[in-house]
Design a protein around this ligand. Sequence first.
Ligand SMILES: Nc1ncnc2c1ncn2[C@@H]1O[C@H](COP(=O)(O)OP(=O)(O)O)[C@@H](O)[C@H]1O
Ligand SMILES: [Mg+2]
Length: 587
Amino acid sequence: MNIYKRLLGYVKPYRWRLAIAFLCMLAFSMANALVSVAIYMVTKGFVQKNQIVIDNIPYLSKYFPKITSVALPIIWVPVILVVVFILRGFFDYVSNYQMSNVGILAVRKVRDDLYRHLVYLSHDFYAKGRTGDFLSRITNDVGQIQGAITDVITDLVKQPLVILFNIPFIFIWGGKYALIAILIFPLVAIPIVLLGKQLRKLTKKMQERTGDITAFIGETLSGAHIVKAFTSEEREIHHFEEINKSVFNFFRRTIKITIIQRPLIEVIGAVGAAFAVWFGIKYLPPERFAAFFISLYICYEPLKKISKVNSTIQQSIASGQRIFEVLDSKPTIQDKPGALVFSEPIREISYEHVGFYYEFDKWVLKDIEIKAKHNEVIAFVGASGSGKTTLVSLLLRFYDPVQGMIKINGKDIRDLSLHSLRGLIGIVSQETVLFNGTIRENIAYGRPDASLEDVKRAAEIAYADHFIETLPQGYDTPLGERGLKLSGGERQRIAIARALLKDPPILILDEATSHLDTQSEKEVQGALENLMKARTVLVIAHRLSTIQKADRILVMDKGQIVQQGTNEFLLRLGGMYKKLYDLQFNL
Ligand SMILES: Nc1ncnc2c1ncn2[C@@H]1O[C@H](COP(=O)(O)OP(=O)(O)O)[C@@H](O)[C@H]1O
Ligand SMILES: [Mg+2]
């Protein structure tokens, strides 16, 4: 229920729209109740032809003896019929329009909040979940609550009003027989409630499985090249068909229950109506019977909707839960209150006794000590899994050290604002992430206001200008999702141009050339050397040829720095580095 209240909180800003909608629901309910009056007059008109004399209405004649007999010209019949339906339609339209607007606006806000929150969450959160699951929350679950919010409000306000205004007419037309009908009505609600419960369970399962489908499609399509490389298309298709089949099964059972509801209720209703007719034929004149019947029928839809409200609420609670779970998870890495906006030139970066683990007590880094002076190039080598990527990602504060601290110019980076800290650092990694957009937009990602000249200059230094200029639309060539139209080397050079344009004082290169072939690596190497000029650089290289000129090489093994020095020094020293070196050059 708290969750539902919280969902309703999203509707609050639109209280004026809600007020208008509620007023229109009130007016609609009144006009709707007059339908039975119109039917009364129509039937009366058929019997009396020239004019209609309204009389013999039980409760009315008792309490208002003066208006028991009113004579109206026959023209009133069609006029009233039309007027009633115009009023009814108008108020229905306005109230639905306002309610839908409230729903759409509320959902837009939820979705904005959710996306904003997701983007700001820290690395550990993404590492735990599946992208597809987040996708599903932001699309399916948010969609789910849109209907739920507005339907529930509508059904709880409008439907009782419709019934309320209609009940007097049931008694006016039906007299004491109204009581019989009203006693039968609750019977109609029983199957709705019973089936509703089952329906709720099924829908929940179906939602979960639909989430699975979204996740599965996302994963296999983004890894499409792997699927193809392993020629496992058929296996994935089979897997997909399995998931899809189980959604289908739930769907089929849901449909079974959904479509049995109406006939079932109608049969029960018909039995009730049969009773009413039985007495009606005997004791009521035709016009009163017709009006009586209609006023009963008008209550049928609202009753059905009210009995469903609870299950709709439950559904939206399930979705709300999944949404708030995300909204309530706090980014683990955040600015401290009053965080320092760092704007000095870099003098020194230091790691002091840094220790780190992802999972409790499984140390990935142990007692790391590094001092990097202004414009020094520090290289890291070591077997994969030795902690190199983890080590450099701590500088970006993707995670915070478990022990020790990292300082820039003697200031703990945890005291700096994230924006100013990350603004200092450029990164080129093995996995080049390019976004949907033009080449120019991608290069200017860190400085969206950069002029075309600046973009071109960055591309030139990154050796990217030649191939960009051969593209039909040059710098305005759209890249498509993940930049699939370019080769690995080309994408890498765009990423380098992107880092160049940002012009950060600190640069991190994480195996930037490791998945390029020798030819592309040569092309990229020159670009990288240009990028490394006049910056403090932390470079991780899996090919030692790329780091021989580094000021210092740190050799990592199982989370520790085991050797350090220049290339020549380490070769003379022998040991781990010499072994890695021999492996690459002498075999
Ligand atoms: N998000 C993570 N959660 C848990 N363990 C991780 C995570 N990322 C990396 N690791 C583990 O930390 C260790 C160091 O990984 P990494 O820093 O990527 O090494 P390298 O870059 O040297 O190959 C590895 O054992 C790896 O399995
Ligand atoms: Mg790595």
